[in-house]
Design a protein around this ligand. Sequence first.
Ligand code: NOJ
Length: 566
Amino acid sequence: MTWWKEAVFYQIYPRSFNDTDGDGVGDIRGIAEKVDYIDELGVDALWLNPIYESPQADYGYDVSDYRAIHDEYGTMEDWENLLEKLHDRDIRLVMDLVANHTSDEHAWFVKSRESEDGYEDYYVWREGEKSEGNEGVENSPPNNWESAFGGSAWKYDEGRDEFYLHLFHDKQPDLNWRNPDVREEIADVVEWWLEKGVDGFRMDVVNLLSKPEEFPDGEPESGWVGYEHFANGPRIHDYLGELCERAFEPYDAVTVGEMPEVTPDEAERYAEDGIDIVIPFEHMELDTGDTVDWYTTEVDLVELKEVFSRWQETDCWTSLYWNNHDQPRAVSRFGDDEEYRVESAKMLATLSFTLKGTAFIYQGEEIGMTNAEFESFDEIKDTGTLRRAKLAMEEIGIKGFENVRDIVNYWTRDNARTPMQWSDEEGAGFTESGVEPWIKINPNHEYINVKEAREDEDSILSYYRDLIELRKQNPVLVYGDYELLLDDHPEVYVYERSSKGNEDEENDRVLVTANFFDGEPSFSLPEDYDCELVEVIISNYEGKGETDTGDEFELRPYEARVYRVE
Ligand code: NOJ
């Protein structure tokens, strides 16, 4: 079944969604309380970031028990109630499967560390490189691979006198997928949740599971040193094919694969393994510069269009997203979060709902939440940012938050994790007033909040509802072919979606025009593009129902117009 192609997903970061027990941390009951809000939006599925038992070194991506609920979030009964409430409203629930690594506090790792029988090879253990140094024998990591959070990907363990691999935090040791027992354990976990009624999984960094047999050094100049060896590794398709066939297919469950460093060609192979929706990254990397993450550059629209078009024209199915819990807020990053906040948030959304793929909304995006301004390291909660900042400061030899403030504020994942803004009250309606939230609340909740958005029919929230409805009414927006027009135009993104390649359907055609900047560009369509404008079916400015006359198009700042054409 392919319900997931037509579906709209809503992503919830439970820690920051809604706190009902007054501890400053969101919880499962908080999500249940807001199910009607989610339903009113018109979404079909929820993706929940990890809620399993975890020491929270990476806020749940360090799982210590896959079959238990983290106590700050509630109980298994709370989770069961949530599932029932969602299913009563025909909303599906997709959980997060973290299978590349566990917490170092997971029982498997505790046993592996002790070399307990059967568990020795559950993780990736390697001896270090021993050499004579000035201070006796030096024991250095087995190779130069780096953690995604900066620094070596290896940590020495005295008990085993070996290093273990951690592609993320050192409290997130990588599982050894070469070991069939590990593959069995993960398949059991998946089955266990599917038996409980879950509708599928978003699979964390799922193209990193297969490590090579040998551990050669990575190319030192690459953005993530070693990735050419561990991303899309040698046996990845066997592992995923096996997992999908054994665990997912019998339940007809949806699989959403998060895949750093994946190309469209590779993604087509993952589709053959049984991964339904691929989460690509290329469009999220255009402002990082060539090498290090900790660098920013303006996004070039021509490049962005080239990236989207390459993905639109392949046979794999992708998620369409501008935001998630790992990315700075899109309206601050690709739009204008001040003068044109509303227009630019709506323009970006127009693309999410008119390109080919499954649209994903990340909590708060539907009200145009922006990046926050963090004032000190104490306010930063994201372990990745803290580590990168520390390493960068050591390398350059600088001290003090103020010297890295801009880059930290640009990149930190905390931007996405500030609490959901429900109201203008002191706790933003996220937590009771007087309670200190786990992460700071963006002061702009005074005017950016759900309560206000609900009362305004021109709000970003209302526009999201309209877009969701529009997509449901127009299958061409889901299934239609994509054709890029004006590929070299530096300010506007123009494309057609049409069902002409699909013989069973009437030839529906839709033309999307979007201005990515605050100028007022004018343009005409290419001469060999034959179309007659019928009407504007949605726009982020006034103008629905109209058509333009003449050959010249003009767009206002961040304006998006979607036309039905013939
Ligand atoms: C990707 C997740 O989205 C991110 O939040 C996490 O830190 C890493 N994977 C490691 O699990």
